[in-house]
Design a protein around this ligand. Structure first.
Ligand SMILES: [Zn+2]
Length: 240
C-alpha cells in the first residue's frame, strides 16, 4: 500500500513494539521505504496488508538482520542525510543491474516467494546486497564529503569494489564513481549537524555533492543522483 513517493509508504508496525507502547495491532507507520526492520524483535514488516502473514520472522534470515545492522553503522558514520544518499545510490545501482540472488540462497528465497509472493520477498532477498553496496559506497563518500578523499584513493576504489560485485555492476559502478569525484571542502560536518541551512549553502552543497537534502519521507528513488530507478506503478515499487 503506497501513499506516494514524497508522502511515504504505509507500513505495518511490529506488533510486539506496538504492544509495548499500548497500541493495538495492526498499527501502521508512515515511512520513506516500503519496509521496516525491527531489530529488537527480529521482524520484517512491509506495506502488504496480509493479515495471515503480517510480518516475516528474521530469526532464520540472519543475513537480513546483519544487513540492517550494517546500514545502521553507515548512518553512524555519515549521519542520516548522507547515509540516505549512499543507500539511494546503492538502490539505484541494484535496480539497474538486476542483482541476482546468491546461488546458495536461491532455494530459500524461492520457497519464501511461494508462500508470500515474489513481490514481497524480493526487497528482503536483496537487502543483503543493498547493505553491502551501501557500505562500499559509504567508504568513499565519508572521505569525499569531508574533503579528505585523495585522487589515488578515488582511483583505487573502483577496481577494488567492482571485483567484489562482478561484471553486472561494473558499468553502473563506474558511472557512480565518475559522478563522485574528490571534493575540496568539508560538507559532511554541515550535513551531519542537522542545522537548518541557508538556501545558498543548500544550493552550493547540492551542486557539489549532486544530492539534495531529503525530507524525512523522501523515497530512495527520489534521493539518488543516478538515473536508473524503476518508476512503474506503485505496487512495482516493492522492487529493488
Ligand atoms: Zn518490534
Amino acid at each position: 500500500m503506497a501513499v506516494g513517493r514524497a508522502g511515504g509508504y504505509v507500513v505495518q508496525a511490529c506488533s510486539l513494539c506496538a504492544a509495548q507502547r499500548g497500541t493495538r495491532s495492526p498499527a501502521w507507520l508512515i515511512l520513506p521505504d516500503p519496509w521496516h526492520v525491527c531489530l529488537r524483535h527480529q521482524r520484517w514488516t512491509d506495506n502488504s496488508r496480509s493479515i495471515r502473514r503480517p510480518y516475516i520472522d528474521l530469526r532464520p534470515l540472519r543475513e537480513v538482520v546483519q544487513a540492517q545492522q550494517r546500514l545502521n553503522r553507515v548512518v553512524k558514520r555519515l549521519g542520516p542525510v548522507a547515509a540516505r544518499w549512499v543507500q539511494a545510490d546503492a538502490y539505484s545501482i541494484l535496480a539497474h543491474s538486476g542483482c541476482p540472488y546468491r546461488p546458495e540462497k536461491v532455494r530459500q528465497w524461492n520457497q519464501l516467494a511461494v508462500e508470500l509472493g515474489e513481490q514481497r520477498v524480493r526487497p528482503l532477498a536483496q537487502f543483503g546486497w543493498l547493505a553491502l553496496l551501501t557500505w562500499d559506497l559509504a567508504w568513499l563518500e565519508v572521505r569525499r564529503l569531508s574533503g579528505a578523499l585523495s585522487k589515488a584513493e578515488h582511483r583505487e576504489w573502483l577496481p577494488r569494489v567492482s571485483r567484489r560485485y562482478g561484471y553486472r555492476l561494473a558499468g553502473p559502478l563506474a558511472i557512480w564513481h565518475g559522478q563522485h569525484r574528490p571534493l575540496a571542502h568539508d560538507y559532511l560536518t554541515v550535513v551531519r549537524s542537522g542545522q537548518p541551512l541557508s538556501k545558498w549553502i543548500r544550493d552550493e552543497m547540492s551542486k557539489a555533492t549532486r544530492h539534495a537534502l531529503p525530507s524525512p519521507l523522501t523515497s530512495l528513488e527520489d534521493s539518488t543522483c543516478l538515473p536508473w530507478v524503476r518508476l512503474p506503478d506503485s505496487m512495482d515499487r516493492l522492487f529493488l
